[in-house]
Design a protein around this ligand. Structure first.
Ligand code: SF4
Ligand code: SF4
Length: 662
């Protein structure tokens, strides 16, 4: 009876502290702005099943993924054993035998999983101390990550050892003797009466107290993700990957646009902070970080958490007034420097890798928006870019009147000339396709291919303006919305239904962001359209003797839109022999130009394009193929810098195909 009273007190205290920890977390999340994340429940559940329970993204690193998989599932299964032990606190003779035929398999599973968890924990500890993954020891990651992991792994080991001890001594005392408990049954004879009674009490109390301690440590540790990762995955954005949220610039009540501190983020962005496992996977694939820039996506997310934990309790208590030092600080500048934010190429590698679906890019763009829209702070080079976009509708200093000059002599129709009649497709040329001398050749190759395939197409000519991507990713939402709205008005006037674009940035914005502004079209990247034309025989490709080609994935067709096979299929169809770089497809390494980085200087560290060019050159290709004007420029510059531009050329997939059609 005395034990039941003591146990009831312990249980109640632990439960109250745990609930208090959870409520504190919920109150902190409510400091964020509201955001709707409860639509399409079926898709959300699917995400939870594959990403959280199936550990899909963790398994991208097979060894670490498998260890985590066993620890996670072990814990889920061992919850039944923990529940059993808690019930024994009230009813010492309790047994799971009431489950009938399910008892033996469950008991055997508990034993098996217990052994696997021990092996996984020991392997994880050995890995931490003898072969730590490089990603944990970047310049900004300190030993606290290892200490926290060690503490958690040791607590788990104690929980498992005490569980086996409880099972064995329980059997020694005459309870639940079953061969299904295949390990405990061999341990039981070690504990003969009367010592078994004492050992049972020791194991049972150790087990219970460590479980309760673990539970209450979680809300304050890096392992908080044990509680938050499932909800975080459930509330993952289901919008198209390439769509940034639209700011309501007409909102007179808005005090500011963008994010400078935690209250400017949504509750989900704050939850991201509390879900970060500190694993460093995002930073280990970040092109900016890996070439020596200050940016670390892991740090950005951890900074959001730190600042929320620092000021949140005072905001909730309404006592910030008595802590002027806290108010004098903010997330931007005091935690996250602008240099970090401007280094981001928005390549999405961090989000692709994050095992708990944290959304770094929207947070970075929100802070860029604040810098640009509220404080007019941005790299000097962007002043000219914004000016050009405003007056020439292109990031460069070219006259708008010359936008269609690239097509002189090619007999290309404009929408204005044909009134949109007898046109199957609008060819969206883009700024690079219109003005960049090198990339104009790709536009000309596209004209040849479309004409050969008998596609009735037209261009907008001088009615086409920059699609808005560089302004939007640079945080200038005003300028982006102006360009997008004007383009949508033009496209809708001609009742355009189908568009093909060669530039992945144009393609992504037209496809995923124009619907936010009333522009709904079927948008294809040129590699998708050309693949269809080759497959249906409308383009007949003559296979040339195989050149060794390596294809560089553009982030905006690859990670943002899942197009990986179309360009590769076209290269193979034209006789190319494909060589894959170590980082390719969804792990492709950015060229360094996305997120308006194309228009900024790269002063810190190694140039991203040099890193990528070196990776390509390792394969000794005859050619580097691209499907993006920015990638083409960056890699061509890289080849020049490496003195390799005479022997290796960068060509767009459309050019290679145009040369091989009969
Ligand atoms: S989007 Fe790319 S560049 Fe930006 S933080 Fe993520 S990995 Fe780094
Ligand atoms: S943001 Fe994701 S990938 Fe990056 S450290 Fe946190 S959990 Fe790991």
């Amino acid at each position: 009876m005395a034990q039941i009273v003591v146990f009831s007190l312990v249980l109640t205290t632990a439960a109250v502290f745990f609930l208090n920890g959870c409520l504190r977390l919920l109150r902190l999340l409510k400091l964020g702005k509201p955001e709707e994340r409860s639509d399409r429940i079926g898709s959300r559940i699917r995400n939870v099943l594959t990403v959280a329970f199936g550990q899909r993204k963790l398994l991208r690193e097979p060894l670490a993924g498998l260890m985590h998989f066993f620890i996670f599932w072990g814990f889920v299964i061992l919850l039944s054993a923990i529940l059993e032990t808690i019930i024994e606190g009230f009813a010492p003779a309790f047994s799971l035998r009431f489950l009938g035929p399910l008892f033996a398999p469950l008991a055997a599973l508990q034993e098996l999983v217990g052994i696997l968890v021990v092996i996984s924990c020991l392997a994880a500890l050995a890995r931490w101390y003898f072969v730590p993954p490089k990603r944990y020891f970047g310049p900004e990651i300190t030993g606290h990550v290892r200490h926290d992991a060690t503490l958690i792994l040791c607590l788990i080991l104690i929980i498992i050892f005490s569980m086996f001890g409880t099972f064995a001594t329980h059997m020694a005392l005459g309870g639940d003797w079953s061969q299904a408990r295949f390990l405990s049954v061999h341990m039981a004879p070690i504990f003969s009466a009367p010592a078994a009674t004492l050992w049972y009490a020791i194991f049972w109390w150790v087990h219970i107290l460590v479980v309760f301690g673990f539970m209450n440590y979680l809300p304050y540790s890096k392992h908080l993700h044990i509680l938050t990762s499932v909800p975080n995955v459930f509330f993952t954005s289901l919008k198209p990957r390439g769509q940034l949220n639209k700011l309501d610039l007409e909102d007179d009540a808005a005090e500011k646009f963008g994010a400078e501190d935690i209250r400017d983020f949504s509750w989900k962005q704050l939850l991201d902070g509390f879900t970060c496992t500190d694993c460093g996977r995002c930073t280990s694939v970040c092109p900016a970080n890996q070439t020596g820039k200050m940016l670390s996506p892991r740090k950005i997310i951890m900074n959001i958490r730190q600042r929320t934990t620092e000021i949140g309790p005072f905001l909730l208590a309404g006592t910030t007034g008595s802590h002027p030092d806290l108010l004098a600080h903010r997330l931007l500048d005091n935690f996250i420097g602008e240099q970090e934010l401007w280094a981001c190429t928005t390549c999405r590698a961090c989000m692709e890798e994050c095992p708990v679906n944290i959304e770094h890019v929207p947070a970075i763009v929100d802070m860029r928006r604040f810098l640009v829209l509220s404080e007019s702070r941005f790299p000097g080079e962007l002043t000219g870019t914004f000016k050009n976009l405003e007056s020439n509708y292109t990031p460069w200093a070219f006259s708008h009147e010359t936008r269609a000059d690239w097509a002189d002599g090619l007999d290309v129709k404009t929408m204005a000339a044909c009134g949109g009649e007898n046109v199957d497709l609008l060819y969206w040329v883009g700024c690079a396709g219109s003005y960049d001398r090198r990339y104009q050749k790709v536009s000309q190759a596209m004209v040849k291919l479309l004409n050969t395939a008998g596609i009735r197409f037209a261009i907008l000519g001088t009615e086409e303006k920059c699609n808005g991507d560089p302004a939007r990713r640079a945080g200038n939402e005003y300028l982006a919305q102006m360009l997008i709205t004007e383009n949508v008005e033009t496209l809708n006037r001609y009742k355009v239904r189908k568009i093909v674009a060669t530039c992945p940035h144009c393609f992504n914005t037209l496809k995923n962001e124009y619907p936010q502004f009333g522009g709904n079209y079927e948008v294809l990247h040129h590699t998708e359209l050309l693949q269809g034309l080759v497959r249906t025989g409308r383009l007949k490709v003559a296979q040339e003797a195989g050149k060794q080609i390596t294809f560089h994935d553009s982030c905006y067709i690859g990670r943002y839109n899942g197009i990986y096979d179309a360009p590769r299929n076209l290269l193979e169809a034209s006789g190319g022999k494909l060589l894959e770089m170590a980082r390719s497809r969804d792990r492709g390494f950015c060229c360094g130009a996305g997120g308006a980085r194309m228009f900024m200087e790269e002063r810190e560290g190694k140039r991203v394009n040099i890193e990528r060019t070196e990776e390509a050159l390792k394969l000794q290709p005859d050619m580097i193929a691209t499907a993006c004007p920015f990638c083409m420029t960056m890699l061509a510059d890289g080849l020049k810098a490496k003195d390799a531009d005479e022997r290796v050329h960068v060509r767009d997939v459309a050019e290679i195909l145009a040369d091989s059609i009969s």
